[in-house]
Design a protein around this ligand. Structure first.
Ligand code: P70
Length: 462
């Protein structure tokens, strides 16, 4: 019988960057020298780098061409106006402040909106957002649905906020102590899981009743919109652009790390609906980032960002992007490997607790899995588990997170499905001899953000 043609990447490759597979012996030496910390490996020691999907995208020829028409004026660069027009058309926000990356937009927004003792609800805070709330002496609260903490449960929108939890929090702390409500699209800390349109609407409705502004952490908005089109009743026949427009119509503004769904290597922005708030934010933008029409970026970077934002909502691109993540996930699932189900938009998350049940949590099973993966296939992944979570500042004990995960984040338009085959095989190989993987202990641990600089040794090593 005749078969459908498979769907291949909707682009061809014009420029290549050589990468090299090292030998097992080299990797053993390299990871030992790096103190068993993948963050400390030189990138050239890595064959397939799945540390992050942030800033690692391949730009298109159109974006590179845009870099050549950068207007590097200090004020009023044409690329800024282009970016502003694209953001307004796509998201409906009139005011845009470019920033050097996502966390800089968070810094500006929280400086204006947050006061000591305030509480910020979010489906799940990403680390930088959490750190910024804490830095302003606020309290970040995660209100995601409980299913988000059950890795095996394949629900379509595990990034949803529980609106009843939001109402309860408002009743408990008082609306005057909540300056903004946030939703992170997609929910990175929960496995790259999308938020449904119905949920965004529900949360919006609670916010409206209490007069609270709703902000989106929009890093992966296009991936979230694509999931809505695929999974939510009533959206199949809408375009991704229409879905994106509707998503943002419920929000008062957004912070954006353009390093994800704007397909650039550096950049971000803060987008706002309200002129007053924009004026307040621009004051801090000048202090932290630069004049509000460049915000810490070159004109050419804003042009690449504007062009990337129009490319990312292309449905053939999104089908290939999300399809590649699913392709990797399906191979792992077929081999019985425990992953967060369903796979996310930008990454597959291995459930290290279930993968390595023989390693006690204080010997960092998820971290040990990242080391094993590097040794096996030269693949660099990131631990989203106990090491990342840090210590409880009061007791000094590990602040055990609910899940010990390893994230395989897939850069956009960078690797082929053949690279995914290598990753899948590496994971499957180590799974077949998982009982031989040993835990780790610290030889150096920094007091804050310990994961970046920590050094380890295998537990039974001298
Ligand atoms: C990632 C990176 C960044 C991020 C995010 C959300 C939902 C804001 C930001 C900040 C960070 C990372 C993590 C581990 C290893 C390397 C890098 N996420 N909100 O990979 O944006 O970085 O531009 O300031 O995911 O998830 P920015």
């Amino acid at each position: 019988m005749e078969q459908h043609l498979p769907l291949a990447e909707p682009y061809r490759i014009k420029v290549v960057e050589p990468i090299r597979m090292t030998s097992r012996e080299e990797r053993e030496m390299l990871i030992r020298q790096a103190g068993y910390n993948p963050f400390l490996l030189p990138s050239e020691a890595v064959y397939i780098d799945l540390l992050t999907d942030s800033g690692t995208s391949a730009m298109s020829d159109r974006q590179w061409a845009g870099m050549m028409v950068g207007d590097e004026a200090y004020a009023g660069s044409r690329n800024f106006y282009h970016l502003q027009a694209v953001v307004e058309e796509l998201m409906g926000f009139k005011y845009v402040i470019p920033t050097h990356q996502g966390r800089a937009a968070e810094n500006i927004l929280f400086t204006v909106m947050l006061h000591e003792g305030n509480v910020v609800p979010n489906n799940m805070h990403f680390d930088t957002t959490k750190a910024h709330v804490l830095h302003k002496h606020g309290r970040p609260v995660d209100l995601v649905i409980d299913a988000a903490y059950e890795p095996g449960l394949p629900l379509p929108f595990k990034g949803n906020m529980n609106p009843a939890k939001l109402e309860a929090l408002i009743a408990q702390v008082g609306r005057e102590n909540i300056p903004i409500v946030m939703l992170t699209l997609t929910c990175n800390s929960g496995g790259g899981q999308p938020v449904s349109m119905a949920n965004i609407r529900e949360v919006r409705e609670v916010c409206r009743r209490y007069g609270l502004p709703l902000f989106l952490d929009a890093c992966r908005f296009a991936e979230n919109a694509y999931f809505i089109k695929q999974r939510e009743e009533g959206y199949r026949d809408k375009t991704v652009r229409e879905i994106v427009k509707e998503i943002f119509s419920y929000a008062d503004g957004c912070t954006m790390s353009a390093k994800k769904d704007a397909l650039v290597n550096i950049g971000g922005f803060l987008a706002l609906r309200d002129q007053d708030l924009y004026q307040k934010c621009s004051v801090w933008a000048v202090l932290f980032e630069g004049f509000p029409t460049y915000g810490g970026l070159a004109g050419r970077d804003m042009e690449a960002m504007a062009r990337g934002l129009t490319e990312v909502v292309d449905e053939a691109y999104l089908a290939s992007r999300i399809g590649q993540v699913r392709y990797l996930a399906e191979q792992l699932t077929a081999a019985g490997i425990p992953i967060v189900q369903p796979p996310g938009g930008h990454a597959v998350y291995l459930d290290a607790g279930a993968f390595l049940p023989h390693i006690p949590r204080d010997q960092f099973p998820a971290w040990a899995l990242t080391v094993a993966l590097y040794l096996e296939g030269g693949v660099r992944a990131v631990e989203i588990g106990t090491v990342l979570a840090g210590r409880n500042p009061e007791t000094g004990a590990h602040d055990y997170p609910r899940l010990d995960l390893v994230r395989l984040a897939i850069p956009r338009r960078v690797y082929t499905d053949r690279h995914m085959d290598v990753v899948a095989r590496a994971v499957i190989n180590i799974y077949s001899r998982r009982d031989q993987i040993r835990g780790l202990c610290f030889t150096y641990e920094a007091p804050v953000l310990r994961h970046f600089t920590a050094r380890f040794k295998p537990v039974d090593a001298a």
